[in-house]
Design a protein around this ligand. Sequence first.
Ligand code: HEM
Length: 348
Amino acid sequence: MMAGRLAVLRAATQTFSSSHGSRAPVARSGSAFLPSSLAALPRASLRAVPCLLPQKPKATGRSRWVRCMATAAAAADPAELKAARKDIRELLRTTHCHPILVRLGWHDSGTYDKNIKEWPQRGGANGSLRFDVELKHGANAGLVNALKLIQPIKDKYRNISYADLFQLASATAIEEAGGPKIPMTYGRVDVTGPDQCPPEGKLPDAGPRSPADHLREVFYRMGFDDKEIVAISGAHTLGRSRPERSGWGKPETKYTKNGPGAPGGQSWTAEWLKFDNSYFKEIKEKRDQDLLVLPTDAALFEDPAFKAYAEKYTEDQEAFFEDYAEAHAKLSNLGAKFNPPEGFTLDG
Ligand code: HEM
């Protein structure tokens, strides 16, 4: 218990005073997981997203069609999404980038505000995170790397929206890491310009004054309940926190100093590329100083209502998988506009 508190405190006092929102410049974190050829990609190639589409002479009908596809890219073809999923699986196999792809999907959708009816003002899974202005939000430090990793897949399947690709990548990463199958829907429409990005500050802080209240404030705004908050937090069974990005975590531990992927950071679990219920076991016991417990993680065993679910997931991985899959699918749909309106599924 004491050791865990020390880990929390140590993390809290490291480098930055802010919590989830890093003050580290995004560009600093340029090489994690990346083959050097990708790490060297100019940032301008991400900034100028609409220009990635084929450039045709403006006067031709073809040009108008191309620009139309840019705005209506969500008229997606299930066959293309399936092919993209195969490519994502290969990317995961070769770069071990599961955690950052999950974080990418979550940070695109987690800006949703259920009290705002209009799309895209309500935020959510709409591909806005591809724009520089949003990537530069403190909470998104490092996610430019995730975008660089999947941009070649986006370039290959142009009818797939960014919003769908982000969520496809995240769900595929969970499944490939050994997690449950997520009942996904596709057909999300992309926002078309950086002016449609959400304001900064919609995502949770890791070290607020009252972590349980803060979690409820942020996740209730998205339409989640206590059970879903605890289940979805279990995503931290994957991945690491890096002080140079979020300000949280140790620069390296015995579990991260050799990678896989770029070495370093502090993970929540020993096997941080394996999706299981070890996150709950570790944040309950807090016995290993090399493992991270953020204040918002600790709150899951401190708040009585959260604790009931956290205890259940510690004991029963099947129950965790079932609730996680539902909560993840809900997260992936937040605020999304689908074309066709009911969306479509890929399997079964
Ligand atoms: C409950 C509130 C949450 C807080 C306060 C929080 C905070 C954080 C922080 C500070 C990091 C470290 C980022 C870095 O330094 O690179 C992180 C990483 C991560 N988060 Fe969360 N998070 C929350 C919820 C979630 C949810 C809902 C998901 C997914 C459904 C998620 C998935 C991840 C993953 C997979 C990583 C590891 C990324 C990597 O290894 O590159 N988090 N989170």
